[in-house]
Every structure is written in C-alpha cells, then in structure tokens.
Design a protein around this ligand. Structure first.
Ligand code: UD1
Length: 316
C-alpha cells in the first residue's frame, strides 16, 4: 500500500482519482479549500483522510504532504473566463499554491509529484494535433498560470532532483463536473441546460473544436504517470486525440437527451483557443497509455449521472 495526497481531491477530477486509488487499496489523503470542490464528492469514500485548507498557505502544504509518497496536484481555480475577470485570485491558487506544494514535497522527500497541466498552454498553435515539442503561447491568465506551474515542476526536477510529471489535460468531462457556475466546463453546462429544457449558449460561431476527454482516461493516465520510469521531468498530453466542434457537441447531446431546443449564439469569449486536439504519441510511448473509454461512452455515462443526480435532488 502506498500513501497518496490528492490536492483538490474534493473536486471533479480529484474525486475520481481518490475513488480509483481507494479501489486499488491505496491510502489516500485529500487536501481541498472547498472553494470549487465539495465534501459531497468524496462522501462515499470514508477511508479518505480529509484536510480542509488553502495551499497558498505553506504550512497547509507542509501538513498535507507529511508522510506521503505521491502527490497528485490537482488543486486549481480552473476556467479561462474566470481568470480573465480575476487574474489575481487565480494566480494565487494556480501559481503560489503550486510552488508551495513543490517546496513542501521537496522538503518532505516525496517520491513523485504529478501535476495537472493544461492544453491551454499551447494557445493557437500553427498546426494540429498539438505535440509537446511545440512552443507554448498562453492566451489567458489561466493558461499562463498553468504553464508557469508546469515549468516550476520541471525546474524542481532539474534543480532539486524532485521527480515531477506534468499531465496536460484536454477539456476533461464526466460525472461530478459541477454545472452550477457560469465558469463550469461546457459539457456540464450543455447537459444541465438540455435536461432542464433551457437553451445553451454557444460563444462565437460554434466552429471551435476541442479534444473532449472522458475523466476515466485521465485517471488511468495520471496513475500511470505516478510510476512510469521515463516520465520524470516531462510534460505529457492526456487526451483522446480526436476533436469535435461545439456545434457537433450540441447536436450529439441534444439527440442523446432528446431535447427540442436550439442554441443561443453569443459573443466569442475573450482568451478562447480556436482549435484543440492532442497528439497522444508521447503518452503512449512513456506511459503505455491508450484511451480506455470513448467520447460517446463518456457522454452517455455523464448524461446518465446528471439525470440520476437531479432525480436524487428532486426526491430529497
Ligand atoms: C480550457 C482548457 C482546458 C482546461 C479548462 C479549465 C483549452 C483548449 N482548454 O478549457 O484544458 O481544462 O480550460 O477550465 O484551452 N463555451 C460555450 N458555451 C458555454 C461555455 C463554453 O460555447 O456555455 C465554449 C467556450 O467558449 C470554449 C468551449 O466552449 O470555446 C470550451 O469551454 P470550456 O469548457 O470553458 O473549456 P476551455 O476554456 O476550452
């Protein structure tokens, strides 16, 4: 049994990692400020040790890493538009807190830190798919912050010998992604609108594309990144390698849910990337990663989860 810390473990992706590690019989601690995470997300995992705290406080980071072997650093204030509106708060959560996690992990002798990077680092690359060797071109404070923390990880590996791996996520979706904020991921927003018979908003012409990645794939990739021998010091795309437009996404979800609404088209969002699609060759080579769940399967599971959770709320 190994001991894992999941920062942001009460959030969407973090709670799936906690669930997978508990199922493997590992010892899990979660630290979460509960700014975007929810206790409810890990309520079904009673063996998980929970610390409520803000990692921008170094003492919290030190307490959280004490005695652990692996740190899965997922805590962040996600969302491009939220960072455009309030860059200072997201900087604190995405850069200051990440540096504290690295310092605390270095001092505590942690075996490896796996950091949740973002595809936003690439910006509008000249070509697709996006390969790790491409130059970065962040278009928003969020993208820049994710990139800075990723570079801190690589620097900590080079300077202090702390093993780090950055997994660059591409638009992750799935159960427990919270649709309740205007900053929520687009799939959660579209599903909740369609299930309630509301018209979702498409920002821009809907021709922008994303490599939407079902959370099961990300969990598998991150757990591989903890142990893969050649992974330390690298950043590695975790995605499916495909891409679909927002218009296509809307139609797939409308068919799946059986809703009879049309989208509202609004202005393009500031800081938005036009196209996003990953090359997953490095993940295959270094992690032995292969997507284990398709986009369609992920969409079906996610819709089923939203339906079940709103039915449960309606009953309570
Ligand atoms: C970006 C990152 C992603 C990261 C996420 C964190 C890229 C390519 N991806 O996602 O890796 O995990 O930030 O938040 O940079 N949209 C609508 N209607 C809505 C909401 C969104 O049309 O109601 C559009 C957005 O304008 C965008 C797309 O849907 O074009 C996806 O938006 P969102 O889900 O917020 O994620 P990204 O900003 O792409």
């Amino acid at each position: 049994m190994s001991h894992y810390l999941i920062t942001g473990g009460a959030g969407f992706i973090g709670s799936h990692l906690a669930e997978a590690l508990v199922a493997k019989g590992e010892r899990v601690r979660v630290v979460d400020s509960l700014v975007t995470g929810k206790r409810q997300n890990i309520a079904h995992l009673p063996s998980v040790e929970f610390i409520e705290g803000d990692l921008a406080d170094l003492d919290v980071a030190r307490r959280a890493v004490d005695g652990v072997e692996y740190v899965l650093h997922q805590a962040a204030i996600p969302s491009v538009p939220r960072s455009v509106e309030d860059p200072v708060t997201s900087n604190r959560a995405n850069i200051d807190a990440s540096l504290n996690v690295l310092v605390a992990a270095r001092d505590a002798g942690v075996r490896r830190v796996v950091y949740a990077g973002s595809s936003s680092a690439y910006g509008n690359s000249a070509s697709l798919p996006k390969v790790e060797t491409m130059p970065t071109a962040p278009l928003s404070p969020y993208a820049l912050q994710k990139l800075v923390a990723e570079q801190y990880c690589q620097m900590f590996t080079a300077l202090y010998g702390l093993e780090t791996v950055t997994t660059r996520y591409f638009n992750v979706f799935g159960p427990r992604q919270d649709p309740s904020s205007p900053y929520s991921g687009v799939i959660s927003l579209f599903i909740s609108a369609l299930c309630e018979g509301r018209r979702p908003t498409i920002h821009g012409d809907g021709g922008q594309t994303r490599d939407f990645t079902y959370v099961k794939n990300v969990v598998d990739g991150v757990l591989r990144a903890c142990h893969a021998e050649q992974a330390s010091g690298r950043m590695i795309n975790l995605a499916t390698g495909g891409r679909i437009s927002l218009n296509e996404l809307f139609h797939s979800l409308r068919d799946l849910i059986g809703a009879d609404v049309t989208p509202v088209y609004g202005p393009e969002r500031a800081g938005d990337v036009r196209d996003s699609q990953a090359d997953i060759g490095l993940a295959r080579a270094v992690l032995g990663y292969e997507p284990i769940a398709s986009f369609d399967e992920g969409l079906k599971d996610t819709v089923a989860w939203y339906r079940a959770s709103t039915a449960a709320v309606g009953r309570s």
